[in-house]
Design a protein around this ligand. Structure first.
Ligand code: SF4
Ligand code: SF4
Length: 98
């Protein structure tokens, strides 16, 4: 397959399909821990996470760290100082390149 046709195939994939190509090795310990979300009015996390891992249920923020892409966007967007770390060695997202 030429570089050109490879690039063409990539362009046809939706974001959801691309995310489906990412493999994960799940750690038992969450690498991101939320703090006091109940008083947060901004709730930017609901809108900025590309993997849509933050959800709201009955006014409460729920977070699923297992599909985290390790992009760091929630860390920047959150008005609180999120307890944010990369997963431990060997865990987390495994991207396919090429
Ligand atoms: S933006 Fe931060 S503090 Fe606000 S709900 Fe989301 S994680 Fe919690
Ligand atoms: S680091 Fe990125 S993918 Fe992971 S939870 Fe935060 S915004 Fe979502």
């Amino acid at each position: 397959m030429t570089e050109e046709s490879r690039a063409g195939n990539r362009e046809k994939l939706s974001i959801e399909s691309r995310l489906g190509l990412v493999a994960f090795t799940i750690d038992s310990e969450p690498h991101i821990k939320l703090k006091e979300c109940k008083d947060c009015k901004a709730r930017y996390c609901l809108f900025v996470c590309p993997a849509k891992l933050y959800t709201e249920e009955n006014g409460e923020i729920k977070f699923n760290y297992e599909g985290c892409l390790e992009c760091g966007t929630c860390r920047i967007a959150c008005p609180q100082d999120l307890d944010w770390n990369y997963p431990r060695g060997g865990f987390g997202a495994h991207y396919q390149y090429g």
